[in-house]
Design a protein around this ligand. Structure first.
Ligand SMILES: [Zn+2]
Length: 386
């Protein structure tokens, strides 16, 4: 693989301009000056090393009203393909990988089965996935990993991942050593939020809550434009918001948490207790659609629990937008939707009810893309900084 050119040393102003361009889109020099508060001269000095490194382009022929006295405005554009990253979502039975560019456009994807969850085996398999995806792509210069559980993004350390059975694993360091590429590790739901923040519904929003519904109920929060990490790696645990003190036992040891009522296992337990035979939430939804009263009740309770949980988030944070997502949202969970909204409207206090609620299906490629977004964010933040 050809060696990548040495990164120039960037000033803090140059980093700010680079971040602005990658995260918020191409801009004229005038717009860059307005957005960053830098002078036109400082913008010129900031852009130069990035042009020389091949990460930016300039086009002077885009006539615009911003051009003074008929002079065309110079547009500064990101050469998105100049730096690429591999994003990987690791689950207990599969890993999903994508190659993405600086705009988080997915250029290629690959899925591998996971058969051995021991850390050494997973690291070897991540390296194999990365090798496949970077073949013929010398532009690939970073890896982003998305893992469920308690993850310290600053160190790349997985403190505890219950679904993967890992504790105190320096995953970032192990993968970086194996692949030779800088590696970013993030909690999977926060990775998804990072992707939405830069390249999805979160663009331009200062607050956004993202709730994932599946086996577990996950949540990640954007507050004042920043992804919240929590002092101890825990923040926005909507899955363990109390809904019913006399409700079913949760794996966290408490009773009546959102997850103990609306997680996939809880839904299946609920219908099994009523004597119904269903192997998936999809089958429960089928029963509900055919009018089976117990299936309707179990899904209504689950929807209400989720609605109550997100109302709690809205009441605490006043999020502009709440995105509820999961593999089955929009298909299996359609039966729940009205109950989610009804409970939310009932419990959200005053203007908090104005939060936009969006339910959207989630594809596994979206998780991997979120992981890639974290690697892009890391690259842009640290490029040229010693
Ligand atoms: Zn709980």
């Amino acid at each position: 693989m050809p060696a990548r050119p040495q990164a120039p040393t960037l000033s803090p102003a140059a980093t700010r301009v680079f971040q602005r361009l990658v995260m918020s889109g191409d801009a004229s020099r005038t717009a860059l000056a307005n957005d960053t508060g830098l002078t036109p001269g400082a913008i010129t000095r900031a852009v130069r090393p990035l042009l020389e490194a091949g990460l930016l382009d300039e086009t002077g022929d885009r006539a615009s009203s911003e051009g003074a006295l008929g002079r065309p405005a110079t547009m500064v554009t990101v050469r998105a393909r100049a730096h690429q990253v591999v994003g990987v979502k690791i689950t207990a039975d599969q890993m999903f990988g994508v190659v993405a560019d600086l705009r988080c456009q997915v250029l290629d994807e690959l899925t591998l089965p996971v058969t051995d969850l021991r850390p050494d085996a997973v690291v070897a398999q991540v390296a194999e996935l990365v090798d496949h995806l970077r073949a013929g792509r010398p532009e690939v210069g970073g890896v982003g990993l998305a893992v469920s559980g308690d993850v310290d993004a600053a160190t790349g350390h997985v403190a505890y991942s219950p679904f993967l059975g890992w504790r105190d694993l320096p995953l970032g360091e192990l993968v970086a050593r194996r692949t030779g590429l800088p590696t970013t590790v993030e909690n999977d739901v926060r990775a998804l939020l990072t992707g939405e923040r830069w390249y999805g519904v979160g663009r331009g929003l200062s607050s956004l809550a993202l709730v994932t519904v599946g086996t577990g109920i996950g949540c990640a929060l954007l507050v004042n434009g920043q992804v919240v990490h929590g002092s101890f790696g825990v923040a926005g645990e909507v899955g363990h918001v109390l809904v019913d003190p006399d409700g079913p036992l949760c794996h966290c040891g408490n009773r009546g948490c959102v997850e103990a009522i609306a997680g996939s296992a809880a839904i299946l337990d609920g219908v099994a207790a009523a004597g119904l035979d269903a192997g998936s939430v999809g089958e429960v939804a089928e029963l509900a659609r055919s009018g089976q009263a117990d299936a309707v009740r179990v899904l209504a309770d689950a929807g209400s629990a989720i609605g109550t949980g997100i109302a709690t988030i809205a009441n605490l944070l006043g999020a502009q937008h709440i995105l509820i997502t999961g593999e089955a949202i929009g298909s299996d969970y359609d039966v729940m939707d009205p109950h989610v909204r009804e409970a939310f409207e009932e419990r959200a206090f005053g203007s908090a009810a104005r939060s936009a609620i969006e339910l959207r299906p989630l594809r596994f490629v979206d998780w991997a893309r979120g992981a890639a977004a974290c690697a892009v964010e890391d690259f842009v933040t640290h490029y040229g900084r010693s």
